[in-house]
Structure formats: structure tokens, C-alpha cells
Design a protein around this ligand. Structure first.
Ligand SMILES: [Fe+2]
Length: 129
């Protein structure tokens, strides 16, 4: 199947540090195996947790810095994303279908969040200028 979504300028929110972190999240999601490879899949889950947490903290700091008015709502969404990931991480990854479903989930999780929520931060910053 070879699911992958490469980062491109469409996904940029105009903040280089956060864009770089988003690229790393894309890379991790792209590396999720589509065949049964429990060890590799678990490594991807651990990396997603680690880098998503670090990234969310950096993003929340940036939102505070620019006085983003929907900070609390955005933090709640980040928390919900981590809890979605926890649910997925609990499920067995012992079939090809389960791996593909996990990979689709991770890619959509990242893309939807950037395009809907993070782009709103960029809009706020642009309005401040
Ligand atoms: Fe975010």
C-alpha cells in the first residue's frame, strides 16, 4: 500500500521550529510498518509519544508567547490526541490491517491537527502584525 505523506510548504505554519517538529512527526508516522512487525510498530509508538509531547510543549509555549486566545482549548486538544494515541497503543498490532489502520490514524492525527488547529495559531500571529 505504501501510505505516506511528505511534509511540504502547504503544512507550514510559518514558525520554523514548529515546522521542523511537524516534519519529524510526519517521518515517524511514515515509518510505521504496513506489515506485521510488532517491534518496529512499538518503536514508532514510543517515538510518537515522545516527540508529540515535546512538540506540544513547544507549541503551547509559543501560543503563550504570542498571546493566542484559544490556548486552553488547544491544550485540551493536545491532551485528547495523546489519549487517542494511548488507546491505539493498547490495541494489538498483530495483523496487516491493524498496522495499516494505525498508520492511517497517525497520519490523519498529524495532518488534521496541523491544518485545522495549528494553522489557526499562524492566522492569529499574522493578524497581530
Ligand atoms: Fe497543536
Amino acid at each position: 500500500m505504501n501510505l505516506r505523506i511528505d511534509w511540504n510548504e502547504t503544512y507550514s505554519i510559518g514558525i520554523p521550529e514548529l515546522d521542523a517538529q511537524h516534519q519529524l512527526l510526519f517521518n515517524i508516522a511514515n515509518s510505521i510498518p504496513e506489515t506485521v512487525d510488532e517491534k518496529k510498530a512499538r518503536t514508532c509508538i514510543v517515538r510518537l509519544f515522545k516527540y508529540a509531547r515535546e512538540h506540544f510543549t513547544a507549541e503551547e509555549d509559543e501560543m503563550r508567547r504570542v498571546g493566542y486566545p484559544k490556548l486552553d482549548e488547544h491544550i485540551r486538544i493536545h491532551d485528547a490526541l495523546i489519549s487517542n494515541l494511548s488507546d491505539v497503543a493498547m490495541a494489538p498490532l498483530d495483523t496487516e490491517e491493524a498496522n495499516i489502520a494505525f498508520k492511517k490514524f497517525a497520519l490523519h492525527w498529524i495532518v488534521d491537527h496541523i491544518m485545522i488547529r495549528d494553522k489557526d495559531i499562524a492566522r492569529h500571529i499574522a493578524q497581530q502584525r
